[in-house]
Design a binder for this molecule. Structure first.
Ligand code: FES
Ligand SMILES: [Fe+2]
Length: 325
């Protein structure tokens, strides 16, 4: 989809990108990423114009990337700066250039937009706030379209079934009533739903009540594949989940989770990370089995009931914004 090219998408955790070239795939477009002299992230096409070698197998020299096959050097704007095989290596033909792409670094993630982005990145001020601690989880690479991974993250009905005792209570499977407000490319909705009691294995949530606790979840779903979710349990404790899925191709995606919270500040990060690893693993086999691999954006293709309000609003908004057919 052409329109998806003009959206920001995550392509890596920020700490994975260094002066060494880093290869990533976005909407079937191979990318080579690296950090330049000022620490800023550059992104160019990962295909050398000479013989189609992956530049990400090469090395970098400040703001230039060097092809490992014959040493052609490209600037961060994709223009080839030197061809070592020439008598005068700087007499580069104008055709010797590759595409370059805009990048952004936010929420500990590197973002790329293949075309001029039509929406701004979301806001998540808690992640920079004093008294909050941030933990990353993932990346979660799934054999599904990003739309399926996104939808699974916000699907209320499956919590007690796929994550019993962790995210839902199988004794209380009814999805509470909720409504969705769509404002341009952002869906807003909130829900107070039955929470599982915190388990001894993963004491990660902030509910003080241990018998039949309830979770207040306030969602912002930013089209196409990002969710900002705020959790509360009625007290001071708060948690923010930032989730974004990288559309690798129409049958592959990579999920990134960035969590902030203002409690249990000294808990080692691997408690939250192994909790998320467990949850995402439970979901993976279910979502990878779904057919078609991509969410069908025609409402007539599936059966939607009232508790599927978010799924319906997501399909409508994706179409209304020209991001799906
Ligand atoms: S293939 Fe890249 S320099 Fe020849
Ligand atoms: Fe799930």
């Amino acid at each position: 989809m052409q329109a998806l090219r003009s959206c920001w998408h995550p392509v890596a955790f920020a700490d994975a990108v260094s002066e060494q070239p880093y290869g990533a795939m976005l909407l079937d477009e191979p990318l080579a990423l690296w950090r330049g002299t000022e620490g800023q992230v550059h992104a160019v096409s990962d295909l050398c114009i000479h013989r189609g070698t992956a530049l990400s197998l090469g090395w970098t020299n400040g703001d230039q990337i060097v092809c490992p096959y014959h040493g052609w050097r490209y600037r961060s704007d994709g223009v080839c700066a030197a061809i070592p095989q020439l008598e005068d290596p700087t007499r580069v033909p104008s055709k010797a250039r590759i595409a370059s792409f805009r990048t952004a670094e936010r929420f500990g993630l590197v973002w790329v937009a293949l075309e001029e982005p039509r929406f701004d990145l979301p806001e998540a001020p808690e992640l920079d706030r004093a008294g909050w601690v941030v933990v990353n989880a993932g990346p979660y690479r799934w054999d599904s379209d990003a739309s399926r991974q996104l939808e699974n993250f916000t699907d209320f009905g499956h919590f007690p079934w796929v994550h019993p005792g962790l995210l839902g209570d199988p004794e209380r499977p009814v999805v509470p009533r909720h409504t969705v407000d769509t404002d341009g490319h952002v869906l807003h909705y909130s829900i107070v739903r039955p929470e599982a009691a915190n388990t001894d294995d993963f004491p990660v949530f902030g509910n003080e009540q241990t018998d039949a606790p309830e979770r207040r979840s306030t969602y912002q779903l930013h089209l196409p594949y990002t969710i900002v979710l705020r959790l509360g349990w009625g007290g001071e404790k708060g948690m923010l989940y930032f989730f974004a899925s990288q559309p690798v191709s129409s049958s592959e995606c990579i999920g990134y989770v960035v969590m902030g919270r203002n409690y249990d500040l000294d808990q080692p990060p691997d408690v939250l990370q192994s909790f998320e690893d467990t949850i995402f693993n439970q979901d993976k086999r279910i979502v990878e089995s779904q057919r078609p691999e991509q969410v069908p954006f025609d409402l007539a293709d599936e059966l939607h009931l009232t508790f599927d309000a978010v799924a319906v609003a997501y399909r409508r908004a994706m179409r209304a914004n020209g991001l799906a057919r």
